[in-house]
Design a protein around this ligand. Structure first.
Ligand code: FAD
Length: 417
């Protein structure tokens, strides 16, 4: 280890560990994960508590690349750079202590989070918003060790770039395959928006190419809208193999670029494997998950397993809300209000949540599905919902797409200031 790095770690350790030995002047909230849930709650806690809370945000990446709109990058509608967001404003404008490190353990009795650097960080309340990890071996033949040959592109950043590079390098008339995930998973319309954007890319650059969608589910989000769009804009290009045709028993061979469907090996040029999912590792390590997801109280996002830990976003099992950035952002605001109430005595308002998921099918052809939600004793329940209709006119579809552009700017500003 270099002297500089040793000095840096020693200083960081002293700074972060100090409150464990000195009296803390302000209650501390540690937030693990600087994505849709974590960045939002850190900002709201710092902003609304007006300095009454010591907010520490733990996130390994210096730039967060959104998964939302990453499909639009594949379709040629966004640059990769436009998906990247940094944490500078959260530190400079909101006084959040942003620590670029990785949480590796939680001692719930001592209320301490341990980081990969060795720092032990005491908390009064802990928020976990680590997103998803994959269920190893859920697609026989695939593991995270093969993600360079067969990318998932279901976490933002380099995987998205890799899938784009593979798509662009496809031979003329080649085959793009996707192995879609089983429920529940992050962004229910995400795989199908991706199929639309890949089709748009191929129609422009490689019009004789084919898309093979291997899907373990009987039905999926906005299915009628996607199928209408695919028939209209990409006729003959997309073949979906559902569970009735073996889509629920796919095997892959990353070394030979083959997918095995119903016993038959098919050679493909790109294979996007989106495996089954579960809560991010740190939620599992903290012991706040029940099987694969973290159960939370519907009125607060407080863990059902620990009264000092909140869980947000994709990692949770909360009821009817889809695992989306919009949902995570909405849940973060409810939890921020609850934490402030607990630690500063501020008023706690009744929980209300909302979500909209937009998808782009082709240029200016946007569709959406959404709902508002309220807590019941059992779950976060959908109270009112809406969805785009088949046969809508072009002006409405364009307006829907434009609405999604406004949403992207709004949510990323809400997360990063
Ligand atoms: C292709 C695609 C398209 C999508 N499109 C949309 C869309 O249009 N609209 C929408 O609302 N949602 C969309 N989503 C879903 C959205 O990206 C997620 O639901 C959302 O990001 C979940 O927020 P989160 O806070 O739970 O997790 P994330 O945003 O993934 O954030 C988790 C963060 O935690 C960090 N982390 C993990 N473990 C640790 C640890 N141990 N220590 C420290 N940090 C850690 C990670 O580095 C990451 O930055 C899409 C997803 C995909 C894949």
């Amino acid at each position: 280890m270099t002297l500089n790095r040793r000095l840096f770690l020693a200083t960081l350790t002293a700074t972060l560990a100090a409150p464990m030995v000195q009296a803390q002047t302000r209650p501390r909230v540690v937030v693990v994960g600087g994505g849709a849930g974590g960045a939002t709650i850190a900002r709201y806690l710092a902003k609304d508590a007006k300095g009454a809370l010591d907010v520490v945000l733990i996130e390994p990446a210096r730039t967060y690349y959104t998964c939302f709109f990453s499909n639009l990058y594949l379709g040629g509608f966004r640059t990769f750079e436009s998906l990247g967001h940094t944490y500078g404003k959260l530190a400079a404008d909101y006084g959040i202590n942003v620590v670029h490190d990785y949480a590796v353990g939680v001692d719930r009795d001592a209320k301490i989070v341990t980081l990969a650097s060795g720092v032990a960080l005491a908390y009064d309340r802990l928020v976990l918003s680590p997103g998803i990890d994959f269920v190893e071996d859920s697609v026989p033949g695939w593991s995270t060790a093969s993600q360079n040959a067969m990318p998932h592109a279901y976490k933002g950043g380099s995987q998205t770039q890799l899938l784009m590079a593979q798509l662009a390098a496809m031979p003329q008339g080649g085959t793009f395959a996707m192995v879609a995930p089983p429920n529940p998973y992050r962004c229910p319309p995400g795989p199908y928006e991706r199929i639309s954007m890949v089709a748009h890319h191929l129609k422009t650059n490689n019009p004789t190419a084919k898309i093979l969608l291997l899907d373990p589910k009987d039905k999926y989000s906005k299915q009628g809208l996607f199928e209408e769009g695919w028939n209209k804009h990409y006729p003959g290009m997309i073949t979906r193999i559902g569970p009735d045709m073996g889509g629920n028993a796919i095997e892959v061979r990353p070394d030979t670029m083959e997918v095995i469907v119903d016993g038959d090996a098919e050679k493909v040029d790109v294979c996007n494997v989106i495996p089954a999912q579960r809560a991010g590792n740190i939620a599992m390590l903290a012991g706040v998950t029940d099987a694969n997801w973290a159960p939370v109280h519907p009125d607060s996002m407080l863990s059902k397993m620990d009264e000092n830990i909140y869980v947000l976003g994709d990692a949770t099992n909360q009821g009817d809300m889809p695992k989306s950035g919009f949902s995570a952002n909405s849940q973060a605001k409810v939890a921020a209000n609850h934490i402030r109430g607990a630690l500063t005595g501020s008023k706690v308002f009744p929980a209300k949540y909302s979500n909209t998921c937009w998808s782009l099918i082709t240029t200016d052809d946007g569709v959406k599905v959404g709902a508002s939600y309220e807590p019941t004793p059992e779950k976060i329940a959908s109270v009112e919902s809406f969805v785009s209709q088949t046969g809508e006119d072009a002006a409405l579809r364009k307006a829907t797409y434009e609405e999604s552009l406004g949403w992207y700017t709004g949510i990323t500003t809400d997360m990063f200031g």
